[in-house]
Design a protein around this ligand. Structure first.
Ligand SMILES: Nc1ncnc2c1ncn2[C@@H]1O[C@H](COP(=O)(O)OP(=O)(O)OP(=O)(O)O)[C@@H](O)[C@H]1O
Ligand SMILES: [Mg+2]
Length: 327
């Protein structure tokens, strides 16, 4: 074995050695005039918790040896049995290497998980920004142009009171068509980015979305919303709203529900949105659902803003989504 060594025999030098010599392994005698192995082990575990520490001693009681191992020493060797030292050192170094590699892998995994999270949140933001820009563009440009054409047709109709009835009929049909187009534009704009959320806030947006859901599915939503204003920033409001939309879409797609309950409450620090249906439910522990992105996206929206999302469901017993968001 090739190695460099540094021998110290007091606390200050030991601490200095841990900081500056950076050992791969520590071999410690039990008792010295100014220092001892228990103190050394304690300091080593605080400063360099993953560096192996082997007690090499003339005599200690079995109880003491067990205690030292419990405190985190890798091994203890009696000086009468010193020939065991090389294999003990090798084993401790191998073990430390495995621990180090595992730690490194864990750090890398955490880092890449965080990066994926950042990327997902970044893409989500871009998507929302694009949707809202598109909504503005369609509303301002297309909406205004259609309105102008509608006014022109009204003007033409007035000028053509004595014209051929076929022409008058054509103009009336055109006006009707433009009115329908304007409604379509409004629907597209609202679906892209619900202006109601920015103008009137999360409570009205939830009511509006619930009403749309009831119209489309015939399923009644029992809504209970906290009284008074809700102190929530626009990002949190949008996250809550999108979570609500996805929950309703899931109910529509999968639940076969006859009843939905939605409540929005606040505590001193959190807003809590709950969406519950009495439908088929699913096995949340089966894991299969983790492959799909709807529920995952809902969770991510909450987590990115410091919140939490809990799913409670079991077959035949409906589904409940609980979201808590700090404000
Ligand atoms: N309210 C619900 N009632 C019953 N099952 C549900 C409900 N919500 C979710 N599920 C189950 O959980 C699965 C995962 O839902 P998730 O929203 O993640 O994906 P999805 O709706 O299938 O697809 P998408 O990615 O388009 O949202 C669904 O396929 C469904 O089996
Ligand atoms: Mg879904």
């Amino acid at each position: 074995m090739e190695f460099e060594k540094l021998v110290v025999d007091n606390k200050a030098e030991f601490e200095n050695a841990l900081d500056n010599f950076c050992p791969d392994i520590i071999l410690s005698d039990h008792s010295l005039p100014a220092f001892n192995s228990e103190k050394a082990l304690q300091i080593a575990k605080e400063k360099l918790p993953h560096i192996p520490f082997i007690l090499v001693t003339a005599t200690v009681s079995e109880e003491f040896a067990v205690n030292v191992l419990k405190q985190g020493a890798s091994d203890y060797i009696l000086k009468t049995n010193i020939q065991r030292l090389p294999s003990s050192v090798t084993a401790a170094l191998d073990k430390a290497k495995i621990v180090e590699e595992k730690l490194l892998t864990e750090i890398q995994l955490k880092y890449s998980h965080q990066q994926i999270r950042n990327l997902a949140s970044h893409l989500q933001n871009i998507r929302e920004e694009e949707r809202s820009a598109m909504a503005r563009e369609v509303h301002d440009e297309l909406g205004q142009q259609l309105t102008a054409i509608k006014l022109d047709i009204s003007w033409l109709t007035l000028k053509c009171v004595n014209a051929d009835p076929d022409i008058i009929k054509k103009l009336q049909d055109m006006e009707k068509l433009i009115t329908i187009s304007l409604k379509t534009v409004k629907k597209i704009v609202t679906e892209l980015h619900p202006a109601i959320l920015d103008k009137l806030g999360i409570k009205d947006a939830i009511c509006w979305q619930s009403h749309e859901f009831e119209k489309r599915t015939g399923i009644k939503i029992d809504i209970s919303l906290v009284h008074g204003p809700i102190p929530v920033d626009s990002k949190t409001a949008l996250a809550l709203f999108r979570i609500y939309q996805e929950s309703l879409t899931n109910i529509m797609k999968h639940a076969n529900a006859s009843m939905v309950k939605c409540s929005l409450n606040k505590t001193e620090t959190e807003l809590i949105l709950q969406i519950e249906d009495d439908g088929d439910g699913f096995d949340e522990n089966a894991g299969g659902y983790k492959q799909s992105l709807g529920l995952l996206g809902m969770k991510e929206r909450a987590v990115v803003l410091g919140g939490e999302l809990e799913i409670k469901s079991s077959p035949g017993k409906g589904t409940k989504i609980i979201v808590s968001m700090p404000f």
